[in-house]
Each structure stands twice: as structure tokens, then as C-alpha cells.
Design a binder for this molecule. Structure first.
Ligand SMILES: NC(=O)c1ccc[n+]([C@@H]2O[C@H](COP(=O)([O-])OP(=O)(O)OC[C@H]3O[C@@H](n4cnc5c(N)ncnc54)[C@H](O)[C@@H]3O)[C@@H](O)[C@H]2O)c1
Ligand SMILES: [Fe+2]
Length: 386
């Protein structure tokens, strides 16, 4: 049997105010000048300036690059890399949601590895360690702060490239749930279901293992207990803290196990139709879960029980209750069906199904699903989720 790999950042600092430890983290790695990679919205909110001021106060230099778009592209990475080189920075800080953190990872990677980025798509293709990268998440979330994964859109091919390599793991993650408290309701719902999907897919994955199972189950339990509260009561600190923890655990679990068919099918929806990642996952999750149940009924039943959706009876019946429960969760969180997320109409959507199914399979994620689908089955699932 292949030995298990469990890879996480050297340091994960978790709790209110953890992000203020950024200067201490820079000191530890001997860095002097940080490139803060973020998006325009977070820059306008003043958050990037807060960290610039904090670093300056402690004798460090900081430059802000705020050119990250949601679902970051290779062009964002190219611009960020130029900012890194021109500023003379020696560490990259990803400040924001998955988009800012993933862009920061790719910039750090290209600081020491040759372009183009495309050659690193897939598993373990990165040659050498990048510049050090520190992650500060503001959503809860993708878990990217602790993963060895980055997802960047290849603009030429309209494809979201998934790259997995230990060289993409941040050196440190500063998980400060207070930064997530400004998330509006819809964003809370989307990123929260992304977290739940990470927990579920990591637990039912063909690569699930003894290191990831307990973390995945904890992620699922925390999300089940706190997501709706965080959504209804944005100022509820306990719920925000629990969701930040769940996101971090979801990241640790899937990064060392894998995601599956939901993520495989979700990325093409992001690349072609710019549906937010968490939203496209949520819209697919009940349908794909129902399809995948026969491959891991006991595991799906365990998840249903942890979420309080089923009792101790028959596993198959419990597993089916999970799919129903996920549908009900979407409704409670006001997550619309796929047809309302894809704004191009059914005919155009159907024309793209073949490419989307092929891209889904090419990402490698569906191959880790409890039931490995064919191209035709993926097309049918997109239609069912419509
Ligand atoms: N690398 C990984 O392990 C991993 C895992 C899952 C998803 N992803 C990727 O992450 C990306 C999605 O990231 P995301 O869902 O965190 O969203 P995001 O980073 O795209 O952010 C979405 C929007 O929310 C805003 N925002 C962020 N934090 C906020 C806050 N605290 N308050 C108010 N607004 C805030 C941003 O400015 C942006 O406009 C996708 O590209 C996805 O593929 C990566
Ligand atoms: Fe995800």
C-alpha cells in the first residue's frame, strides 16, 4: 500500500486576531518585504491598508497588488508576478477568499519556476519550492489557506486548471474568523456549502485515509451545526468561528485525500459561466450525491447520521436521506437551481455539455469519486441538476 501523505502549512494560527501575527511570521521566515495579493473589493474596504500599516509599524515593507478577479486567471497571475518582481518583495501574502489565496500561490510558484503556468496543471508537476507564501483567509471558506492546491483559469482554453503540489502549500495560515464576519448572506451560503462539499468529498473519496477521515467528519459536523446560524445571524461570533474552523478542516481533509465529482463538474461551470465556485458546487451537490451513493453507502450513511438526517437503521435508506437533506439545505440557504445560475439559456448550455464533461474528467477529480462516471453520465448529471 502507498504510504499516506499528510501535508499542511508549517504553522496554522487560528482564532480572533490571528491575522495580526503577520509581522511575527515574516520575522520567522526572514522576509523583509511582502507583496499583499488581494482583490479590488477588499482593497477598497481598507483591509489591505490595515495590513500594510501593521507591517510598516513593525519595520517591514509592503506592496499591495489588488488585481485578482473572482476565479483568478493566468493574466491576474502574470500581473501579480510583475508586481512581485518590480517591488523587490521576498514573500507573498494571500489576503482574501480562495481567489486571492490561489492567485498568491501561483505568483509565489512562478517566482522560482519557469512559465507558463499551464505546465503545472495536474498532480505533482511543480519542480521546486516557490517564494514563501502566507495565507490569510477572509471567507469560510475554500480552505485554500491550508491546501496544496491552486485553481487558476487558463484564459486561452477557458478552463479552470487544478494544480496540486506540496510546493503550493502556504508556509503559514493565519485564520482569523473576525475577517469573515463581513461576508454577506449569499457569500456565506456559497462558501459554507463549498466547505461542506470538501468534507463530504474528502470522506467518500477513493483516496480517503486514516489521517483525513476524522478531520473530514469534524468539518461536516461543524458545518451541519453552524452554517445556518452563520447565514441567519452574520454577527454570531461562535458560528463564524466554527465555520472558519470547518473550512480549515475541510481544506486539510480534501488536500490530503481528494475532492470528487462535484468539484470536477463545478470547475467547468466556473470557467464557462462564471458561477461562483461555492454556488456551482451547491447546485450540483444533491444530484451528484444521489448518483454516487451506491459506491459508498456506508460512508454516505455516516454523513447523514452526523448531520442528524438519519437514525441508526438501514445504511442505504440513511444514505438517501442525505441527498434529500442536502436539497433541503440548499432551499434553506436560498441557493437557486442550476438553471437560474447559468444565465445563457438551456440550448446554449446543452451545446457546452460535451466540453464541460471532458474538462471535468481531464481534471482527475471524478476518478476519485465513489462511482467513477463516463462522459455520458456526466452530461446526464448536468441535465438533471438543471
Ligand atoms: N485552492 C484551494 O484549495 C481551493 C479550494 C476551493 C476553492 N478554490 C477556489 O477559490 C475560489 C473561490 O474563492 P471564494 O469562494 O473564497 O471567493 P472569492 O475569493 O472569489 O471571493 C468572492 C467575493 O467575495 C468577496 N469577499 C471576500 N471576503 C469577504 C468578506 N470577508 N466580506 C465581504 N466580501 C468578501 C471578494 O472580494 C469577492 O468579491 C475559486 O476560484 C475556487 O476554484 C480553491
Ligand atoms: Fe471547493
Amino acid at each position: 500500500m502507498t504510504p499516506i501523505t499528510f501535508n499542511v502549512p508549517r504553522a496554522v494560527r487560528f482564532g480572533a486576531g490571528a491575522s495580526r501575527e503577520l509581522p511575527a511570521q515574516l520575522r520567522q521566515i526572514g522576509a523583509r518585504h511582502a507583496l499583499i495579493v488581494t482583490d479590488a473589493f477588499l482593497a477598497r474596504s481598507g483591509l489591505a491598508d490595515t495590513f500594510t500599516a501593521l507591517l510598516t509599524q513593525h519595520g517591514f515593507a509592503a506592496t499591495v497588488f489588488d488585481g485578482v478577479q473572482p476565479d483568478p486567471s493566468d493574466l491576474n497571475v502574470r500581473d501579480g508576478l510583475r508586481a512581485y518582481r518590480e517591488s523587490g518583495a521576498d514573500v507573498v501574502v494571500g489576503l482574501g477568499g480562495g481567489s486571492a489565496m490561489d492567485a498568491a500561490k501561483a505568483i509565489a510558484l512562478l517566482a522560482t519556476n519557469p512559465e507558463p503556468l499551464r505546465q503545472y496543471m495536474g498532480y505533482h508537476k511543480v519542480l521546486r519550492a516557490g517564494a514563501p507564501m502566507i495565507a490569510i483567509p477572509t471567507t469560510a471558506g475554500t480552505g485554500s489557506e491550508v491546501t496544496r492546491v491552486a485553481v487558476i483559469t487558463d484564459t486561452e482554453r477557458s478552463e479552470k486548471m487544478m494544480m496540486l503540489s506540496e510546493h503550493l502549500t502556504p508556509v503559514a495560515a493565519l485564520v482569523d474568523y473576525e475577517l469573515s464576519m463581513s461576508m454577506p448572506k449569499a457569500l456565506t451560503a456559497h462558501v459554507g456549502v463549498d466547505t461542506l462539499t470538501h468534507g463530504i468529498e474528502a470522506y467518500v473519496s477513493r483516496k480517503a485515509n486514516g489521517m483525513t477521515d476524522p478531520i473530514a467528519l469534524s468539518c461536516i459536523a461543524l458545518t451541519g451545526a453552524h452554517l445556518l446560524t452563520a447565514w441567519r445571524e452574520p454577527d454570531n461570533r461562535a458560528a463564524r468561528e466554527a465555520m472558519a474552523l470547518a473550512a480549515c478542516q475541510g481544506g486539510m481533509a480534501f488536500s490530503n485525500s481528494s475532492v470528487g465529482l462535484v468539484h470536477g463538474m463545478s470547475r467547468p461551470l466556473g470557467a464557462l459561466y462564471h458561477i461562483p465556485h461555492g454556488l456551482s458546487n451547491a447546485a450540483l451537490l444533491p444530484t451528484v450525491t444521489r448518483f454516487s451513493l451506491p459506491g459508498a453507502p456506508v460512508r454516505y450513511a455516516t454523513i447523514a447520521r452526523i448531520l442528524g438526517l438519519a437514525g441508526s437503521g438501514d445504511d442505504d435508506a440513511a444514505a438517501h436521506k442525505l441527498a434529500d437533506g442536502l436539497e433541503a439545505l440548499n432551499e434553506a440557504l436560498e441557493i437557486p437551481p442550476l438553471r437560474e445560475c447559468v444565465r445563457v439559456g438551456r440550448a446554449k448550455f446543452e451545446k457546452s455539455l460535451e466540453k464541460m464533461a471532458q474538462d471535468a474528467l481531464a481534471s482527475g477529480s471524478p476518478q476519485n469519486n465513489p462511482v467513477v462516471p463516463t462522459t455520458e453520465q456526466i452530461i446526464a448529471l448536468y441535465k438533471q441538476a438543471w
